[in-house]
Structure formats: structure tokens, C-alpha cells
Design a protein around this ligand. Structure first.
Ligand code: SF4
Ligand SMILES: [Zn+2]
Length: 391
């Protein structure tokens, strides 16, 4: 548990001084794509339970706020729907963590929000973003009663590797627990699932990032997940990943990583593989997003890479588009390729990063007290589990 404790202490320390989302901002329209009739609505909540209580995942800052009243959340949903310039066909509902966590949105408020949504958008497909452990049979039945049986649960899986989840991301999730949720979803006719996959966990080399993502997508789709969404890493202030980057201990993957992963996946899986957060200008900017660094290529190849990525998302022959992306060349891609391999073993990279972060952020005393236990836990974990992507 020494690793989980360290990452939690670091997360809590790095979140100190994080600006709260003001109560005046009850909602945001994260995406409004008139062409695809697609919107993502985010509602203000007090924050993700894991974030507030345990410092959260090393890659994530989904904001925090004071706790809104049920009436405020319902009014925010109404205001979000009022603000839409077109009738959406697909709506993603997000909170500052998990929409289905009663700690974040109490069930009576959740029911009122969903009822309002369904009354205003009777035909829209609804996707609810939530942590897998908030998806219970009771909760599914409750939502289906309001939304109808056909809706989708979107959950952060990030990686199917225990090593990556525990040592790199600090995600409170095990692959086995995730699979139990998938089973519960499959028991509900009409309900479908999306697993979000991280592309760029800290401490991993470029090669490991690609291998881990390919293994995770293959694992998830092979175990009953309906769709995977790849998230190339955006650097977010108040996260350990952002801090490591500032210390030269993390290298944000180039956007070319998406091309590498798509090309490495079997073509028959691609219709069920999408991606998000690949755009610099995805319309999420707000004052508390200040400082987010999106993944890039160089300005010379960015327009053609983006065009191919958007063509991929629009459908078409995805296998061919993935190969077309893979054939693209640019000096910035050569640089990314040249930096993908790292000789230093993952265990050493982790220990080095843990020590630097612990000493700098929590003090030398912390490392003196816990360094030996961390080293031992890490060593055991490295011996027990294979390298990410190869388990
Ligand atoms: S990734 Fe999910 S569980 Fe982790 S801190 Fe963010 S919202 Fe919470
Ligand atoms: Zn380039």
C-alpha cells in the first residue's frame, strides 16, 4: 500500500491551491458539434470522490467545487439544454468525476436531471460518464426507467495492466472489477459500454505506451466492451504528470502516438475504436483550464494529421485511413520515433520519479520514513507482473 499512499499524498499536495469551479458556473457545454448533432454537457458537482479524498489519478484534474444543491443541479441542466443551438442526437453527460456516484449526485437529484433531459430530448442517445464501481444493477434499472433501456455507460479503464493502474496512474480499479461491471452491463438488454483508454501514462516509455494501449483495447473489446476511446495525454496543472513534466521526468507523447496505436490494432477492431482530446481547440477552455497542454505534432504536418484523424472519426474505411496515417512522414515524427525506446527499466524509472516527487513535494523526511517500503513493494510488483502490454 506504500505506493498508493505516496501517490495519494502527492495528489493531495499538488491539488492544494487549485481554484474551485465557482458556484455561478453550474454547467459547461464541453462539445457542441452541430454537424454530428453531438453535445457533451458537464455539470458542476463537488468533485470526484477519489480526487477529493485520495488525491485522484496522476493524470486527471476534473476540477472540484463546493457542493451544489439538487435544485441548482437541475437548474444547471435546464440552462445547458436552453443554450443548445440545435437538437442533439447524442448527449454525453459528465460531472466532475462520476455522474452515477451518489456521493457526487444524490439519486433523487440524478433522477430529476435525467427526467428533464429525457423530456426535452426524447429521442437523443444518452451516454453517462462514470467510474465503473458506481454502475450497479439497481442504478442501471433506475436510469433505464427514466431514459429507456438504450443508453450507454462510459467508464475510465485507462489500462488493463495492474502495474500501470497502480504504479503510474493510481486508479482505484482492477481489471477483474472492471470486468464484473461489464458483465452487469451486458445483463441489461439495450445498455452498452465504452471504455476510455489513456495514451501516455507517466513513467512509461513511448514503446510501452503504445504496447499498453494496444493490449488494453484488445483486452477490453475481447471481454465484452462495446467501444474503446483513446485519450492522448493532455497535461493538466495540479497533477503529478504535469509536475513530472516540469521536472523533465515525463515526456508528453506526440500526437503521432495515435497513428501508431491505430496502425497496430487489428483492422477489424477499428470500427469500435475512437479517440477524443486530440484537438488543441476542442472548445473546453475556461479560466480553471488555464495551462492545459494538448498533444501536438509540428505546425507543418498538423493540418494533414488532423484531417486524417477527423476522416477516421467520421467513419469511412478505417483500416485504410489508419494505414494512410501510418505512411505520413515528418521530421517531428522522426523525433518521436527516436525517443520511443528507453533503456532504463520501468522499475528504476518509477523509483527515481517517486523519490524526486516525495523529497521535493513531501519532504526528505517522508522518503526517509517510507522509501524502503516503497522500494520493496515496487520490486515485488515488477517481479510478479510482466511489462505493460505484455501480460
Ligand atoms: S480519472 Fe476518474 S477516478 Fe481518476 S481522478 Fe479523474 S475522475 Fe477521479
Ligand atoms: Zn511534423
Amino acid at each position: 500500500m506504500a505506493i498508493a499512499k505516496l501517490l495519494s499524498h502527492l495528489g493531495l499536495a499538488l491539488r492544494k491551491g487549485r481554484p474551485l469551479v465557482p458556484a455561478s458556473c453550474g454547467h459547461r457545454i464541453v462539445v457542441a458539434d452541430a454537424q454530428r448533432r453531438f453535445v457533451q454537457i458537464w455539470l458542476r458537482t463537488r468533485g470526484c470522490r477519489h480526487d477529493i479524498l485520495n488525491g485522484g489519478c496522476t493524470i486527471c484534474n476534473y476540477w472540484a467545487s463546493t457542493e451544489p444543491q439538487a435544485d441548482e443541479m437541475v437548474a444547471a441542466m435546464g440552462a445547458a439544454l436552453d443554450s443548445l443551438a440545435f437538437e442533439p442526437e447524442m448527449i454525453v453527460l459528465s460531472a466532475s468525476g462520476s455522474f452515477l456516484d451518489a456521493w457526487e449526485i444524490a439519486p433523487p437529484a440524478r433522477r430529476r436531471i435525467l427526467a428533464l433531459l429525457r423530456a426535452r430530448c426524447p429521442k437523443a442517445s444518452v451516454i453517462i460518464e462514470t467510474h465503473h464501481n458506481t454502475v450497479t444493477p439497481e442504478c442501471i434499472a433506475d436510469c433505464s426507467e427514466i431514459l429507456g433501456p438504450r443508453w450507454t455507460v462510459e467508464m475510465g479503464l485507462e489500462s488493463a495492466s495492474r502495474q500501470v493502474l497502480r504504479c503510474c496512474i493510481n486508479k482505484p480499479l482492477t481489471p477483474d472489477g472492471f470486468l464484473r461491471t461489464i458483465e452487469a452491463i451486458r445483463m441489461a438488454p439495450g445498455l452498452s459500454s465504452i471504455a476510455n483508454v489513456a495514451l501516455g501514462a507517466p513513467f512509461l516509455s513511448g514503446e510501452e505506451i503504445i504496447a499498453d494501449a494496444v493490449a488494453t483495447v484488445t483486452w477490453a473489446l475481447g471481454h465484452g466492451v462495446d467501444e474503446c476511446v483513446l485519450f492522448p495525454m493532455n497535461l493538466k496543472p495540479h497533477t503529478l504528470t504535469y509536475w513530472l513534466h516540469g521536472q523533465g521526468l515525463y515526456r508528453q507523447p506526440s500526437l503521432w502516438v495515435l497513428a501508431d496505436v491505430l496502425a497496430a490494432l487489428p483492422a477489424e477492431l477499428l470500427p469500435r475504436v475512437n479517440f477524443a482530446w486530440h484537438r488543441v481547440d476542442r472548445g473546453q477552455y475556461s479560466e480553471w483550464d488555464e495551462g492545459i497542454v494538448a498533444p501536438m505534432t509540428c505546425p507543418n504536418c498538423y493540418p494533414r494529421v488532423m484531417e486524417l484523424l477527423e476522416q477516421y472519426l467520421a467513419g469511412g474505411s478505417r483500416g485504410e485511413l489508419a494505414q494512410a496515417l501510418q505512411r505520413q512522414q515528418c521530421p517531428c515524427r522522426d523525433q518521436w520515433n527516436a525517443a520511443k525506446h528507453v533503456d532504463q527499466p520501468l522499475g528504476d524509472r518509477l523509483l527515481q520519479g517517486y523519490e524526486r516527487a516525495a523529497v521535493t513535494i513531501l519532504g526528505e523526511d517522508y522518503w526517509a520514513r517510507h522509501g524502503a517500503a516503497l522500494r520493496e513493494e515496487l520490486q515485488q510488483l515488477m517481479e510478479r507482473e510482466g511489462p505493460p502490454g505484455l501480460e
